[in-house]
Design a protein around this ligand. Structure first.
Ligand code: SF4
Length: 213
C-alpha cells in the first residue's frame, strides 16, 4: 500500500475537531500519487462532503478546466487537497482551532508527496502558509519558498465564479506555475493554452522560429 493510502485510512478515522461531527465524512484528497504539483483549497463543500471527493462541485468543475488548460489533471500528474478535511457547517471559514487540528494531516500529506510546487487557492489556504495578514488580492502571483516547496497564491475557483473579471489575473498566476513546473520538473511540459516556447537551439538549422507566446 502506498504511504498516502495508509495515511488516508488513518485520517478517515480522525475526530480531532468538531467538524467531523456534522460532516458526512473525511475528504482526504485525490490525485496522482507521484505528483510534483499540489493544488490546495480551503475545505470540502456540500457536494464534496456528499461524495467524499475534493473539488467536485461547480468550483471543482472550474478547477478541472484550469488544470486541463495548464496540462494537468488529477488522474495523471496533479494532487488536489484542502487545508481542512471535513466540511465546515454552511461552508463557513474554518476556525483557527480547526485549522490547527487538521494541520498535521496536511503536513503528513505534503511530507509523503514531497511536491515541488503548491498552488494555494484562496484566502484560507494562502493564510495557512503565508500568515493571517496575507490577502489574495495583494499576494497572488508572487512566489514564496516554504520547506522546499514553491508556493503560488492565487484565487479560489469559487471566487472566480463569483468575480469572472479576476480570471485574467488568475491565468497570469497559473502561467507562472507552468513556467516553474517546466523549470523544476519537466522542461517539455505541454499546455494547450500556454505552449512551450521553442528556443532556437531546439530547431534544425535554417528553421524560422515560430511565435508561440
Ligand atoms: S477537519 Fe481534520 S482534524 Fe477535524 S476531524 Fe476532520 S480530519 Fe480531523
Amino acid at each position: 500500500m502506498h504511504p498516502l493510502e495508509a495515511l488516508e485510512m488513518q485520517v478517515s478515522q480522525c475526530r480531532r475537531c468538531d467538524l467531523r461531527d456534522q460532516a458526512h465524512g473525511v475528504v482526504f484528497g485525490e490525485g496522482a500519487l507521484d505528483s510534483h504539483i499540489v493544488f490546495c483549497g480551503e475545505g470540502p463543500g456540500a457536494e464534496e462532503d456528499r461524495l467524499l471527493r475534493p473539488f467536485v462541485g461547480a468550483a471543482g468543475h472550474l478547477l478541472d478546466k484550469m488544470l486541463d488548460a495548464m496540462g494537468f489533471s488529477r488522474g495523471k500528474n496533479a494532487y488536489i487537497l484542502n487545508v481542512v478535511k471535513c466540511r465546515p457547517p454552511g461552508n463557513r471559514v474554518p476556525l483557527p482551532q480547526e485549522l490547527a487540528a487538521c494541520r498535521p494531516h496536511l503536513a503528513a500529506q505534503l511530507s509523503i508527496l514531497s511536491p515541488r510546487i503548491m498552488v494555494l487557492l484562496g484566502s484560507t489556504a494562502i493564510q495557512s502558509f503565508l500568515g493571517p495578514q496575507a490577502r489574495v488580492t495583494r499576494v497572488h502571483g508572487q512566489w514564496t519558498e516554504h520547506q522546499g516547496i514553491w508556493l503560488m497564491p492565487t484565487y479560489h475557483p469559487a471566487a472566480l465564479l463569483r468575480n469572472p473579471s479576476w480570471k485574467v489575473e488568475a491565468w497570469s498566476d497559473l502561467k507562472k506555475v507552468i513556467d516553474k513546473y517546466r523549470e523544476l520538473v519537466d522542461p517539455d511540459h505541454f499546455s494547450t493554452h500556454y505552449p512551450l516556447k521553442i528556443s532556437d537551439k531546439n530547431l534544425p538549422p535554417g528553421t524560422i522560429k515560430p511565435q508561440c507566446r
